[in-house]
Design a protein around this ligand. Sequence first.
Ligand code: C5P
Length: 237
Amino acid sequence: MERPRYLVIVAAGSGSRMGGEMPKQFLTLGGRAVLQRSIDIFRKAVGGVRILTVLAPSWQAYWRDLCMQHRCYYPQTLVDGGLTRFHSVRNALALVPDEAIVAIHDGARPLLSPELAGRLFQEAETADGVIPCLPVTDTLRCLDMEGETGYGSGRPLPPRSEIYAVQTPQVFDAALLKEAYTLPFEPEFTDDASVVEKYVRQTGAEKRIVYVPGERINIKLTTPDDLRLAEAILASR
Ligand code: C5P
């Protein structure tokens, strides 16, 4: 029997690094809200996907109105966001059945290709977790900061060839992800793979978590420059 497929789209952050009143997931990008674009990619790529949209309670009425305005009548369940991304994901997982395959995606990543979304779900049929990542191209350094000015800290990092930037969507066996999210919160849990890997290390469970190539274009809109870049990318398509 085909396993149910779920998308948990996390969009309960305040987007403070973007500036402005409006959280970044509701900003307009090429005529549509960033969050609508992110969801549309999965509706196109993953047949029958069930959508759980995680939003701060205070923005849920706004989002409903926006969906009506743009005639987005597809079924979605709104879930209350939590204090951090970790708590937001955990709230949504309560609604995901154990037998499902579930993708967790940042609402502020509206540029990935439907091909990547579809491929990650497909690979998750035979793995416990599939995570998109890319080798970093910048040189990374640990700094001690005073305001916006930094000083070399001397703290070593692994060689750049061993460091990868990790993206979303991250796609998992739902039973494993739900188990992992019973761990207590830690500040370094800024994505889902870090939670699952901690759980696997702690329990010694034998699980296959694979890292596969992501997409350079799959940026997380964080600053006003990112939004301008996204507009330019859409215009060039
Ligand atoms: O802050 P950061 O950019 O890492 O957030 C990643 C994603 O997690 C964003 O889509 C944001 O809306 C979401 N988030 C959330 N609940 C929070 C904080 C962030 O759903 N409390």
